[in-house]
Each structure stands twice: as C-alpha cells, then as structure tokens.
Design a protein around this ligand. Structure first.
Ligand code: NAD
Length: 490
C-alpha cells in the first residue's frame, strides 16, 4: 500500500508552511493489522520544534488571534467544514495507522468528534470572557472588580496513538477557540492523524501562520522540548502515567501548567441484585473494544462471591463470540494492538498474571488464525489478586481481570484500590443503590447500567494518578484560560 492510497499529508506544519524535516529525514508508518509500511512521515528535528515554538510564540504575541474572538470562530468553522469534507480520508488514515476497527470510527474515533467541533467554534464567541464582580469595601470606599479570562499563551500538546484524531482535535479545538496558539506533537505510531490536519489548515482556513504547528517525530525527546521550553505556557498531555510524570518534572523549572490525561484501571462492579445474564457480558465487550486500547475502558470486573463462577461463565461466553481481525471489516469490534512492542508488552502482562496465580479462562495468547498483524486473543483472567500487578497496572490490551468480592463495602474498597481513578461502571437492579455506590468511587466518570457519559460537553479526566484537569466541556475550555482580576475605582 502506498501513501497515495490514503491521500495522507506527510509533512509537518510549521509557521504556516507544510515542510519536510529540516534534515530531510522521515520515518515509517506501519499498519499494525498487516505489518506493512504504508508510507512515511517527516521526522521532526530539534530545529523543527524550535521553529514551531518560535512561530507559536510570535503568533500569540504579535497577532490579534488572542483578542479577536469572531475571527477565531470564523477560522474554526472553516476547519470544521474541512474536517467534515475530509472525513473519509481521516477515517482510513486512523484505521490504517492505529488499527482501529471501522466500527468505532463512526463513533468517537472519527465521526462523533468531527461532528462535535462546532461546540468549540461557538464557545470562541459565546463564552463570557469578562464580567463584573460585586463591589467590595476598602478603607470605607466601594471598590469595583472585573474578572477577565484570557488565553494562556502558547500551548504544547502531546498526544498518544490509541484515539489519535479525536485526541488531537480535543486539544486543538478548545485551545485555539480560547485564543491560544499551539504546537502539537503526536505519537510516532500515528503521525498522519496529525499531519493531515496541517494540510486542511493550510488549504481550507485563514488560520494565521504560527497559530497551529504540527511536528511529528520518531523521537520522544522532541515532545519533551515542549515541557522544558520557557516560551511554552502550558503543556496539555494525554498518554501514560509514567510519561505524564516525566512531563510534570520537565515542566517544573519553568513552573508551567501541566494538564494531564493519563492512564486508568477502571472497575466494573456487578452488584448482587442485577440480572447477571444482562450485566456480566457487557464488561467482556467493553474490554475488547479497540483491543482494550482505551484509557477509560473498564479492565477489572468485580463479581459477588456467591455468583462468581456463574458471572465468569457468562463473560467468557460473550468474549468467545467477539469478532476480531481486519479493522476494515465492519463486523469486527477488535483490531490489532498498535505495534509489536505493545503486543509483547500485553503478552508479558498475561504471563505475569499467570505467575501471580490468575486462572486463564479464555485466550491468553496470539491468535493462530490471523497470520499477520499484532493481534492478541480476547483474554479473561479470573481469581486475580486485587493487589497483583495485572490488577494494578494498565495492560492496554483485550485482557479482563475478574475479582470476587464479599459485600458492597468490599467491592467499593477493591474498586478504589488503585493509583488510578479515571472511570468505572456499576450494575444494579436499583439505580438508587448504584448511585449510592457511585458516590463512594473515586473516579472522574462512572456509568450506571450501561448509560453513556461521553460527549464533547462532558468534562473528562481523572482522580489520583489518572491526571490533572478536565478535557472537554466548559471546564475543559477553561483549562486554557488564565484568570485576571482588575480593581476599578467607584
Ligand atoms: P506514551 O505516554 O508512551 O506517549 C504519549 C505521547 O508522549 C507520545 O506522543 C510520545 O511520543 C510522547 N512522549 C514520550 N515520552 C515523552 C517525554 N519524556 N516527554 C514528552 N513527551 C513524551 O503513551 P502511549 O503509549 O502513546 O498511549 C497510551 C497511554 O495513553 C495509556 O497509558 C493510556 O491510558 C493513555 N491515554 C489516556 C487518555 C486520557 O484521556 N486519560 C486517553 C488516551 C490514552
């Protein structure tokens, strides 16, 4: 397969120009379902990142991008139209480079977030950036106060490969709508989901040079430059908790804000009053979606001790019928892992689980019927010790850990026994009872009986080491704004 088949842009966007790497270098883009090189991307250098940061700084300091709300709205509406028109190219890019099943590209992976982008262009003008506060008294005289929200400046955005287009847009949309300029550094596994946006910006929008810069690179150190550089005011990062810590550390000397969306180890609690036939299979389906490569996917299922074996049977029965393989086949819920490295990492976790006493009920290896691609079988581990490595660390594969609990309090304790706190699910015959449990779980999002929370206006983020800050919603927009108070004499 050649790049042309995807119509993908392979150059970086720096200061309004689509450019090859400063040293002419490029790196391979590999389709994880076929293991074939599908093309290349410009391999951004230190000089490229240096130029991108300088351009973003200039565009923030020297143009009226940060103050002209209507112009920003106009530019973002142009981008929204371009995204809509390029939807099929983007869909095939995401499928080819992330191995995403086409089924989920019709949801958050591609369509639902492209369709949601007007939320950000509208906020550019509808948000109240300045409003009076009530007067206070000082030395016997009334004092007026104005509260202003202003863009933070230059945003450094670093994104992962699992939902690449969505996560790139979830940073570009609010950061630009709020009046910032931005440098995006995507994951090396999924460069085109970022670089292709550069072409749309150049060909279809009036976004001024330097406002949006995109620097793909095979070198993680190029992303680290954003954390360290004093000209960057805020780093918005989505990725693993380990890298999040490194970003925070590198940002500390310049005391810049770090806005972090990190890993998860979310639990499904199946309470003892629910029809287990209806509830248990859902956790098997969830963990296989996009081969488990989603930070908010529930990867631990807690079953009541008295229905434990029955629940395991139901989950295994469902997981054994899940279709997986070619991401282009609409019947498949699950494609490959994104890379050989991730496949090996997941296999390593399965081995570790077995060593620590987990029982492999289903799967546990590489499927023999798929000759190419970084696939892993849907895998069900039972009798998992809640303190063991597989119950505590993010596996990021189609691997579900089942843990028995004694009573409701025990279930809550096990669910909260994690450094993470991103998401979770509760199944109960009583929504009231599920709600009372939900109030005790320390995570950023929760679903009761399969209800869906995701939307562009839903603030999303984590407790504990799942992150700092909230993406999406007005709360997500405000992450990109400073607060200024001006006192006015009366
Ligand atoms: P990763 O942390 O390895 O890499 C993420 C990005 O950081 C990549 O662009 C990478 O090049 C860059 N990077 C690596 N080292 C860096 C450094 N020292 N400084 C700056 N940038 C650096 O994550 P990944 O493997 O690409 O993605 C999977 C992880 O992302 C999982 O842990 C998953 O839970 C998490 N994730 C979180 C969310 C969320 O919203 N909470 C969403 C999706 C994925």
């Amino acid at each position: 397969m050649a790049t042309a088949e995807f119509n993908a842009e392979t150059r970086n966007l720096i200061d309004g120009q689509l450019v090859p790497a400063s040293n002419g270098g490029h790196f391979d883009n590999i389709n994880p379902a076929t293991e074939e090189v599908i093309g290349v991307a410009a391999d951004g250098t230190k000089e490229d990142m240096e130029n991108a940061i300088a351009a973003a700084r200039r565009a923030f300091d020297e143009t009226d991008w940060s103050t002209d709300h209507s112009f920003r709205k106009h530019c973002l509406e142009q981008l929204n139209r371009a995204l809509s028109e390029a939807r099929e190219d983007l869909r095939h890019i995401v499928i080819a480079e992330a191995g995403s099943p086409i089924l989920i590209t019709y949801q958050v992976q591609v369509d639902s977030y492209i369709d949601a982008m007007p939320y950000w262009s509208n906020l550019a003008t509808s948000y109240t950036y300045e409003s009076p506060m009530s007067d206070i008294e000082f030395m016997g005289k009334p004092q007026g106060r104005l509260i202003r929200r202003e863009p933070m400046g230059v945003v450094g955005a670093i994104t992962p490969w699992n939902f690449p287009l969505y996560l790139n847009l979830a940073k570009i949309g609010p950061a630009l709508a709020a009046g910032n300029t931005l440098v995006l550094k995507p994951a090396p596994d999924t460069p085109w989901s970022a670089t292709h946006l550069g072409r749309l910006v150049v060909e279809h929008t009036d976004i001024p040079a330097g406002v949006l810069n995109i620097v793909a690179s095979s070198d993680h150190g190029i992303g680290a430059m954003l954390s360290r550089d004093p000209r960057v005011d805020v780093v918005t990062f989505t990725g693993s908790t380990a890298t999040g810590r490194a970003v925070m550390e590198a940002a500390a000397p310049t005391v810049k804000k770090t806005f972090l969306e990190l890993g998860g180890k979310s639990a499904t609690i199946i309470l003892d009053d629910i029809d287990i036939d209806a509830a248990a299979p859902m956790s098997g389906i969830a963990v296989c979606t996009h081969a488990g490569q989603g930070c908010a996917i529930q990867t631990r299922t807690l079953l009541p001790r008295n229905r434990y074996e029955e629940g395991i049977e139901k989950i295994a029965a469902t997981m054994s019928t899940i279709n997986y393989g070619d991401p282009l086949d609409p019947a498949n819920l699950m494609g490959p892992l994104v890379s050989k490295k991730q496949q090996e990492r997941v296999l390593g976790y399965i081995e570790k689980g077995k060593q620590d006493g987990a029982r492999v009920v289903l799967g546990g290896g590489v499927p023999t019927h798929l000759k190419k691609g970084y696939f892993i079988e849907p895998t069900l581990l039972a009798d998992v010790d809640p303190d063991s490595v597989v119950a505590q660390e993010e596996i990021f594969g189609p691997v579900l850990c089942v843990i028995p609990y004694e009573d409701e309090a025990d279930a809550i304790r096990i669910a909260n026994n994690s450094i993470y706190g991103l998401s979770g699910a509760i199944w109960s015959g009583s929504v009231e009872r599920a709600l009372s449990v939900a109030r005790k779980i320390r995570t950023g999002t929760l679903s009761i009986n399969g209800a869906q929370w995701f939307d562009v206006d839903t603030p999303f983020g984590g407790y504990g080491q799942s992150g700092v800050g909230r993406e999406n919603g007005v709360a997500g927009f405000e992450e990109y704004l400073e607060t200024k108070i001006v006192a006015i004499p009366r």
